[in-house]
Design a protein around this ligand. Structure first.
Ligand SMILES: Nc1ncnc2c1ncn2[C@@H]1O[C@H](COP(=O)(O)OP(=O)(O)OP(=O)(O)O)[C@@H](O)[C@H]1O
Length: 235
């Protein structure tokens, strides 16, 4: 297996311009540099507001970087998310990186099982494999089967989060970004997610995550990168 990093951040910088506040510039991070190898799980640490979610969003291409490079390995190629055009970023999302946010964005009228299976098909699985995998994930995450064909809009926070995790983990992409995926889960389901992340790592996935729960963090992290190291100062 190619052991070069799958994700490399090099001198990444981010500030927000608050247009509703007279263009006030809020510097968040500067000089963010770290790399993630296949099979590693790098946990982003540091206090609230340090910029952890912003970094994940820059890797996923939701937030633009003000400077630096975010290099993702896509097969034989390397793509810099910081300068890639939107269509290239969409291809990276299809082929290279999965992102699990804290909340499920529900799709009206689509049942939970289909939400998960569709994500599998989008990630390149054939229909039968996607459905079988979706059933396996929802069962492992203890989502009662009476809910499988109901749209998740009315599910509890923890139930929605489990659908969200199944949706984010079903495909076999080489990079997995996790923004507090266990925040509303009970201990039993947190343990299931810890186990799923360990299996992704064993398969060579590079994982970058934010976990506020100390136990989860210790169980999943191969390394913690403290984001407060990269705090930007107001000019
Ligand atoms: N879209 C945005 N517009 C303006 N400011 C933003 C935006 N997103 C984040 N920020 C600001 O950037 C800073 C970093 O936010 P971020 O959510 O990345 O921190 P975090 O380390 O993930 O925090 P937490 O642990 O509380 O989730 C905060 O001061 C936040 O207010």
């Amino acid at each position: 297996m190619n052991q070069d990093p799958l994700v490399t951040l090099d001198g990444v910088r981010k500030s927000f311009t608050l247009h509703l506040r007279g263009g006030t510039v809020l510097p968040v991070v500067r000089d963010v540099s770290f790399a993630v190898l296949p099979g590693e799980c790098v946990v982003l640490g540091g206090p609230s507001g340090a910029g952890k979610s912003s970094i994940l969003r820059m890797i996923h291409g939701n937030y633009r970087c003000d400077g630096g490079a975010i290099r993702l390995r896509d097969g034989e190629n390397t793509v810099d998310v910081a300068t890639a055009d939107p269509r290239r970023i969409l291809r990276l999302r299809r082929d290279v990186m999965s992102y699990v946010s804290q909340f499920l964005r529900v799709i009206p009228r689509v049942g939970a099982l289909e939400v998960v299976a569709a994500a599998g098909r989008d990630g390149g699985l054939d229909a039968a494999t996607a459905t079988a995998r979706a059933e396996g994930l929802l069962a492992e995450l203890n989502l009662p089967d009476r809910l499988w064909h109901l749209p998740p809009a009315t599910f509890s926070g923890g139930e929605q989060q489990r659908v969200n995790i199944a949706r984010g983990l079903i495909a076999d992409r080489p990079v997995l970004l996790l923004d507090e995926p266990t925040a509303s889960l009970d201990a039993r389901n947190r343990a299931v997610v810890v186990d799923m992340i360990a299996r992704k790592r064993a398969a060579g996935t590079a994982v970058i995550g934010i976990f506020h729960d100390e136990d989860v963090r210790e169980a999943v992290a191969s390394r913690v990168v403290d984001i407060s190291r990269f705090a930007a100062q107001a000019a």
